[in-house]
Design a protein around this ligand. Structure first.
Ligand code: GLU
Ligand code: ZN
Length: 305
């Protein structure tokens, strides 16, 4: 068996909820160059697990943009919609370990409880304190529950290559979180961990919007006895009003034609120092310079406009 630690395997994992935009291009560039710099593999995974949010044609549009911008991925693309059996196996494993329970609380009841101060709300919604944690799967209507995992009263910490030491107490900071939704879809947190392991990903370079998810992912990795990858969370582009640039906040598509000035802007955003002349370079010359000069460590984690 191949060791996880000797071979660098990175990935770019876009969700096909719209075309590629500058924010996602930055994550693609950084994960790609870091993999190349380390003589590693770079994989693309289509994170279409949340089928209600997928936009028709977006997956192909993302792949066409990547191709046009000169990215070359290794191995075939993994689609999360084709991985449901693997997620179900992982869930079964967690069930056997008695770590999960069916939660029948409606969103409305949780919202009401939060409004009356019975439960607190964190950055990602209510911090669920486990009202249903004694529910047995045999006693609930199979159509009508989400599945949550019991979070331990324990701290999870990791050293991020860019943002340094991070620590979270899952019980306090996240609460018992959902790994399979009421509509039957698996949650991103479970899917990402199962797939990163399946693809032997050793290094994860992604946007800082996922920094707070990492502790939950470390916990799931531990429960499922998976090795822990190394993380680097990139700065995000933020709007004047503080919102991050995303499809929801109107990010433009990068289109289907290699745009060298845009690639250079992204490199500069990542703290790199491309020479002025590079804006006249061909796509090949651009990537050659980028691969030879890339340094993740000079990327600042400060959020920028
Ligand atoms: N699919 C996620 C996104 O597009 C990225 C997940 C990850 O990199 O772990 O935001
Ligand atoms: Zn509940």
């Amino acid at each position: 068996m191949q060791s996880h630690t000797t071979l660098y395997r990175g990935r770019f994992a876009p969700s096909p909820t719209g075309p590629l935009h500058k924010g996602s291009l930055i994550a693609a560039i950084a994960s790609y160059l870091e993999a190349k710099k380390n003589n590693g593999k770079w994989l693309v995974r289509m994170e279409d697990v949340d089928e209600l949010r997928n936009v028709k044609g977006a997956a192909n549009s993302i792949l066409h943009s990547l191709e046009a911008f000169g990215f070359e991925w290794d191995e075939s693309i993994l689609y999360q919609t084709q991985r449901k059996d693997a997620y179900a196996d992982a869930l079964q494993n967690l069930k056997k370990q008695k770590r999960v329970y069916p939660c029948t609380c409606s969103r409305k009841s949780l919202r009401d409880k939060a409004a009356s101060g019975l439960i607190t709300t964190g950055q990602f919604g209510v911090i669920y304190p486990g009202f249903c944690s004694n529910n047995a799967f045999t006693n609930v209507n199979p159509e009508d529950y989400s599945i949550r995992i019991k979070t331990p009263e324990q701290s999870y910490s990791f050293n991020d290559e860019l943002s340094g030491y991070n620590i979270q107490n899952l019980k306090i900071d996240s609460g018992d979180f959902i790994i399979r939704r009421r509509d039957g879809l698996f949650a991103y947190q479970l899917a990402v961990v199962v797939d990163d392991d399946f693809q032997n990903i050793s290094h994860i370079v992604r946007g800082s919007d996922l920094l707070d998810s990492t502790a939950r992912q470390l916990f799931l990795q531990q429960c499922l006895k998976y090795p822990q990858p190394q993380y680097a969370h990139l700065p995000l582009i933020v709007h004047e009003n503080g919102d991050k640039l995303s499809k929801q906040t109107g990010a433009k598509s990068i289109g289907n034609k290699a745009d060298i000035p845009l690639l250079i802007e992204c490199l500069k955003f990542l703290g790199q120092k491309p020479p002025e002349l590079l804006s006249h370079a061909s796509l090949d010359e651009f990537w050659q310079w980028a691969k030879n000069n890339w340094q993740l460590s000079i990327t600042s984690t400060l959020q920028k406009k």
